[in-house]
Design a protein around this ligand. Structure first.
Ligand SMILES: [Ca+2]
Ligand SMILES: [Ca+2]
Length: 406
C-alpha cells in the first residue's frame, strides 16, 4: 500500500477508507497489495479528489437610490450538504460598484456600498472565487438604482420694477438634494427650466459648479417681458435626481405714484403650504385700475393658479410715522383657474371663476437706520376656489419677494 495520508485499510473488515482533506485535492494512484505470505497480488487504481461545489446566492436588496448606501447580502453554501460555509471571501457588486465581505456563521456575507452610478437598471452579483477546497460560484439579480430625491424651489425675482414697458427678469431656483446624510456629487450642471403655464420656455439655467452641501442655485435671464403678472413652472431633469415641479409668480411693474404691485411667497397659516402671489394695479382716470392678480394655492401635489386681469377697486394709504408703511387693498373678479400637477409639471384648465381681495403692506424696506419688518400680504378668494391666507388685519410676512406701494 501507498495510501495518501489518512487513507488506509481496516485491519478487521479489510475495507479501504479515506476521507480526503482540503489539501488533498488532485489525482492519487493507489496500489493495493494482497499477500498470503508467499504470493502477492497488486491492484492499482486512481482516486481523483475534487473540490466541493459551492452555491453563491445574492439575497438583497434589489433597489436603492443614487447616492445612498446599501448593504448587499449573499449566502455561500456547500452544494452537497446545503450548509453555509463560513470564513470565505466573497465579492458583492452592484453595477460597477464593488464591496468585499467574508462569510460568517451560516455562510452569510454582507458589504456596505454607495450607489454612485446614475439611476438605471443594474445587475447585483455575489461571487466566490473558489479556493483549494471549494469550487467557485456566482449569482446575480436585477437591481434598480432609482433617482435621489431633490427639491426645486423658485427663489425669484418675484417683482421686477422698470420705468419702461418691458423688462428682462432674472429667474432663480434653488435645487437641494435630500439631506439623508449621504450627498451625491452630480448636482452641478443639472438643467432647470422656467416655463409659462402654456408650456413655452422663459429661460433655462444650470446648477453651477461647485455645489456645496447639496444645494445649488440656478439662474437665467428671460427675454424682455411686458408689464404684467404671470405664474411660471420650474422643473429640473437629471439622470440622478428627481424633484417635483415648483410654481412661482413674477411681476414686471412700474412703481408710479398711486400704483401698487408685489410678488412673492407666504406660508398659509392654515396648512403651512407655500403660497406664491403677484399683483399689479395701475389706477386709471376713469374706471377700474389696470393690472392683474395671480394667486397660487398648493394642496398636496397640486398647485392651483388663479389669475385675473379684471380688477375692481384699489385703495392705498400710508402711515405718517416712521418707518413709513403703506398698505393697499385690491379686488379682482373673473379669476380663471389652472392646475399644475407638481409631480409631472403638467397643467390643466379648470372650469369656474373666483374673486379675490388682496391686502398688502409695503414696509418701506430697505432702511439703513430703522429695523423694518418684511412686507406683508393676505388674500381671500371666493367662488370656485374659496380659500384665504390671513386677512386684512393678519397679513403674512413675505418669505420671498417684495411689495411696492410708492
Ligand atoms: Ca436618498
Ligand atoms: Ca443620498
Amino acid at each position: 500500500m501507498n495510501p495518501p495520508a489518512s487513507a488506509g485499510v481496516d485491519p478487521v473488515s479489510g475495507v479501504f477508507a479515506w476521507t480526503p482533506s482540503s489539501g488533498q485535492v488532485g489525482s492519487f494512484t493507489i496500489t493495493a497489495r494482497v499477500s498470503d505470505g508467499h504470493v502477492a497480488v497488486d491492484r492499482t487504481f486512481t482516486v481523483t479528489v475534487q473540490r466541493r461545489a459551492t452555491t453563491a446566492a445574492y439575497v438583497a436588496p434589489v433597489t436603492g437610490q443614487y447616492s445612498d448606501p446599501v448593504t448587499l447580502t449573499a449566502v455561500l453554501t456547500d452544494t452537497t450538504t446545503l450548509g453555509g460555509i463560513p470564513s470565505l471571501p466573497m465579492t458583492l457588486k452592484v453595477g460597477g460598484v464593488t464591496g468585499s465581505a467574508t462569510t460568517g456563521a451560516g455562510g452569510t456575507a454582507s458589504a456596505l456600498v454607495w450607489l454612485t452610478e446614475p439611476a438605471g437598471a443594474k445587475t447585483a452579483s455575489a461571487s466566490f472565487a473558489g479556493n483549494a477546497a471549494y469550487l467557485p460560484s456566482t449569482d446575480s439579480k436585477a437591481f434598480t438604482v432609482t433617482k435621489e430625491d431633490a427639491v426645486v424651489r423658485f427663489t425669484g425675482r418675484s417683482l421686477t420694477l422698470t420705468t419702461g414697458t418691458t423688462s428682462p427678469v432674472v429667474l432663480t431656483a434653488t435645487v437641494t438634494e435630500a439631506a439623508d446624510g449621504t450627498l451625491g456629487n452630480a448636482l452641478a450642471g443639472v438643467p432647470v427650466t422656467f416655463r409659462n403655464l402654456d408650456g413655452s420656455v422663459l429661460c433655462t439655467a444650470t446648477v453651477p459648479s461647485p455645489v456645496a452641501a447639496g444645494t445649488g442655485t440656478a439662474s437665467c435671464t428671460t427675454a424682455a417681458l411686458p408689464l404684467g403678472s404671470r405664474a411660471l413652472v420650474v422643473t429640473m431633469s437629471s439622470p440622478t435626481y428627481v424633484a417635483r415641479a415648483d410654481v412661482g409668480v413674477v411681476v414686471v411693474a412700474q412703481a408710479a405714484a398711486g400704483t401698487a404691485s408685489g410678488g412673492g411667497r407666504v406660508t398659509d397659516p392654515g396648512d403651512s403650504s407655500k403660497a406664491d402671489f403677484g399683483f399689479r394695479a395701475v389706477p386709471q382716470r376713469k374706471g377700474a385700475p389696470l393690472g392683474e392678480v395671480v394667486q397660487v394655492y398648493r394642496t398636496g401635489t397640486t398647485a392651483s393658479v388663479l389669475r385675473s386681469a379684471t380688477l375692481g377697486a384699489l385703495t392705498t394709504s400710508c402711515s405718517t410715522t416712521k418707518p413709513r408703511a403703506c398698505t393697499a387693498t385690491l379686488t379682482a373678479s373673473a379669476m380663471t383657474q389652472t392646475t399644475v400637477d407638481l409631480t409631472s409639471g403638467a397643467t390643466a384648465s379648470v372650469a369656474g371663476t373666483s374673486a379675490a381681495t388682496v391686502w398688502a403692506t409695503d414696509a418701506a424696506e430697505p432702511s439703513t437706520t430703522l429695523p423694518v419688518p418684511p412686507d406683508r400680504y393676505a388674500v381671500a378668494t371666493t367662488g370656485a376656489v374659496p380659500r384665504s391666507l390671513g386677512s386684512s388685519g393678519s397679513q403674512q410676512l413675505l418669505e420671498l419677494g417684495n411689495v411696492r406701494i410708492p
